[in-house]
Write a protein that binds this ligand. Structure first.
Ligand code: ADP
Ligand code: GN1
Ligand code: MG
Length: 364
């Protein structure tokens, strides 16, 4: 690891000792390092991240949101008899008392305590594990129920505004910045045919049928740490996008990722199927917690959340492909197009399973 990164790590309040750092995790946005300090008292680990400046244009506001959210959650978790150091993120301050530091390129870095004895998964191994992640994301939403939403800044405006995402895709088409338009006709036709659908949730919000809540907005399975022994959800992480939103966003984004039988970037689309048992398991877990605070109409709209979050994510991957891969980190040429294709395949399967999807929620 280059010494500059170790110097940054040493600015934070970590124990004295031999220090090392390794790239960590599979996030698409931030640069994540695991920092290990070997001190006389034993080894300690930390997560150090460079916040993506292209994605988060005002990173200090993101940190301010996270300070408020974690502080609030610490209080709720303690009042419920939990362990705040394990069940929510803890920012490590710099030696001069700040929750972030800038490197010489003007990039913002932050550090968290590493939450030990947990696992983070890119595919759910079992329905039970997926149900437990649903419980954790549902709990997050319930625990944030009393948080004053107005004190949060929108870290990414229109993050889950699906019609706005559609417009961004059309904008990317018009600009054709990377000259890739010729290869995506089929995918674009798929999106155009669903333009009308993109309004479903925001129309319900505008009509006053469902409330705005404080939501996580990025509830993919690898954003919850599960207990290594029991599989129970320990801590919801990746709090950069905690903002006002809809319950259906958090539900839907989890389904998009975890009820897909293939990975998000699978190239063999025949492997992409919608798993009804996974969907059912997640619904059970999520509603066991969030269901306590949700209205009937909100619950009814959860399946639409799954469809729209999947369509939206596909449109975002496709737009980024057209823009020349500026937003999501890629590991091979065409990676964002592959990702977009899995999302659209999954939307199609959800449409085929629509009645069953509605039924599961009705029964729950
Ligand atoms: P990104 O925004 O790029 O997805 P994340 O904040 O999700 O970044 O972090 C990437 C990965 O690092 C996570 O999926 C998880 O595996 C791991 N991780 C993040 N924070 C912690 C933590 N406090 N303790 C242990 N592992 C963590
Ligand atoms: C990004 O940060 P990460 O990898 O957990 C993205 C999500 C997408 C997801 C797709 C801030 O999540 O919105 O759904 O990739 N996060 C941001 O895998 O844009
Ligand atoms: Mg993440």
């Amino acid at each position: 690891m280059d010494s500059k990164k170790l110097d940054i790590a040493r600015r934070f309040d970590v124990p004295e000792g031999e220090i090392s750092a390794e790239p960590y995790g599979n996030g698409h946005i931030n640069d994540t390092l695991c920092v290990t300090v070997s001190a006389a008292q034993g080894q300690r680990r930390f997560i150090m991240q460079r916040v993506n400046r292209y994605v988060f244009q005002k990173p200090e506001e993101v940190i301010r949101n996270i300070e408020q959210v974690t502080e609030y959650l610490r209080g709720v978790i303690a009042s419920e008899g939990g362990d705040p150091q394990r069940e929510t993120l803890t920012l490590v301050r710099t030696k001069d008392g700040k929750t972030f530091t800038y490197d010489e390129d003007g990039e913002l870095w932050r550090m968290y305590l590493f939450i030990e004895d947990t696992i983070s998964r890119d595919l759910p191994d079992t329905t039970e594990l997926f149900a437990l992640s649903g419980e954790a994301f549902g709990r997050f939403q319930r625990q944030m129920g009393g948080f004053p939403a107005a004190s949060l800044v929108e870290s990414i405006p229109d993050f889950h505004n699906t019609p706005a995402r559609y417009a961004q895709l059309m904008d990317a088409v018009a600009r054709n910045a990377a000259g890739r338009l010729g290869e995506v006709e089929e995918e674009l036709a798929f999106c155009r045919a669903r333009e009308k659908d993109t309004h479903a949730l925001l129309d319900a919000l505008a009509a006053g049928e469902i409330p705005l809540r404080v939501t996580h907005n990025d509830t993919k399975l690898n954003n919850v740490l599960l207990d290594a022994k029991t599989g129970r959800g320990v801590c919801v992480i990746d709090l950069d996008t905690v903002m006002p939103g809809l319950a259906a966003y958090d539900f839907g984004d989890s389904i998009r990722f975890g009820a897909n039988t293939a990975e998000e970037d699978e190239r063999d689309l025949s492997k992409v199927q919608f798993s009804l048992p996974m969907y059912e398991a997640f619904t059970r877990g999520f509603l066991s917690e969030a269901g306590r605070v949700m209205s009937r109409r909100e619950i009814e709209l959860l399946p639409m959340g799954a469809r729209l979050m999947t369509l939206e994510c596909g449109m975002r991957f496709l737009a980024d492909h057209l823009n020349g891969d500026k937003y999501f980190r890629i590991h091979r040429p065409g990676h964002n197009l592959d990702r977009a294709r899995t999302q659209f395949a999954l939307v199609r399967h959800m449409e085929e399973n629509w009645d069953a999807m509605l039924d599961v929620v009705k029964r729950a």
